[in-house]
Design a protein around this ligand. Structure first.
Ligand SMILES: Nc1ncnc2c1ncn2[C@@H]1O[C@H](COP(=O)(O)OP(=O)(O)OP(=O)(O)O)[C@@H](O)[C@H]1O
Length: 239
């Protein structure tokens, strides 16, 4: 198995005045290419902090994080942005689409920043909008769509850059249960196509449907899937 994410003994402390919050305490976590992993846990437990570190949006006090073999702490800000643009697609609870732009332009703009030719951009935009079933609505603006459809556009935007990793922060948090189910179906589908997905969720039922669940409690990570327990037992028996 190829490791896409390798986190060892990561600590993150937020200091505000004299108050220090230990947001992550000696976190170890490995995620392989092609996995669909959920991160769950109570409010304030450290889920977003962990996702932000994985997304190269946040630094850390100590420990090591390798994304596709590259040590994150060795990168300066520009290098981190470059790696983030190249390797990571983000999906947010609030969709983060640009209200004034058509669906087509929403997906194309990040590709312009990546320096793609217009022909390549057109192909990527069409491919990804077709995949989420919204090519016919390409000239519409986000406010002309339902919440579920907006999230599908955000997923298309994340996919269009052909990232190695998709990070989703409560992707169904603003959707009713029917729309949430259709967005989850789409995430399963793109995972089956080979995409690695890491999703933060409060919802135990959604989490239970992913291949692996990471439980975060008070900054401590516990992997609570049967697969990992089996691996640990195997490793122990080989040691
Ligand atoms: N910028 C910051 N400054 C100070 N403390 C912070 C900051 N960001 C997060 N924290 C603290 O770090 C801890 C972990 O926060 P984090 O946002 O990662 O939790 P979470 O599990 O994502 O919560 P939620 O589910 O409510 O979004 C919390 O105690 C939080 O108050």
């Amino acid at each position: 198995m190829e490791h896409l994410i390798e986190i060892k003994k990561i600590r993150k402390v937020f200091k505000t005045g004299t108050v220090a919050t230990n947001a992550l305490r000696d976190v170890d976590l490995t995620i392989n290419k092609g996995e669909f992993v959920s991160i769950k846990g109570p409010s304030g437990s450290g889920k977003s902090t962990l996702l932000n570190i994985i997304g190269l949006l946040e630094d850390y006090e100590s420990g090591s994080y390798k994304l596709d073999g590259v040590e994150a702490s060795s990168l300066n800000d520009d290098q981190a942005s470059e790696l983030r643009n190249e390797k990571i697609g983000f999906i947010f609870q609030n969709f983060n689409l640009i209200a004034e732009l058509s669906l087509y332009d929403n997906i194309e703009v990040p590709l312009i920043y990546r320096g793609m030719t217009s022909q390549e951009r057109k192909q990527r935009v069409e491919e990804s909008l077709r995949l989420v079933g919204l090519w016919g609505r390409k000239e519409h603006r986000p406010d002309q769509l339902s919440g579920g459809q907006r999230q599908r556009v955000a997923i298309a935007r994340a996919l269009a850059g052909k990232p190695s990793l998709i990070l989703a922060d409560e992707p169904t948090g603003n959707l009713d249960s029917e729309m949430a189910a259709s967005v989850m179906d789409l995430l399963y589908q793109i995972n089956e196509m080979g995409n690695t997905i890491v999703m933060v969720t409060h919802d135990d039922e959604l989490a239970s449907k992913t291949q692996r669940q990471i439980q975060v409690t008070d900054g401590v990570v516990k992997q609570c899937d049967t697969e990992t327990e089996l691996l640990k037992e195997q490793e122990a028996s080989y040691a």
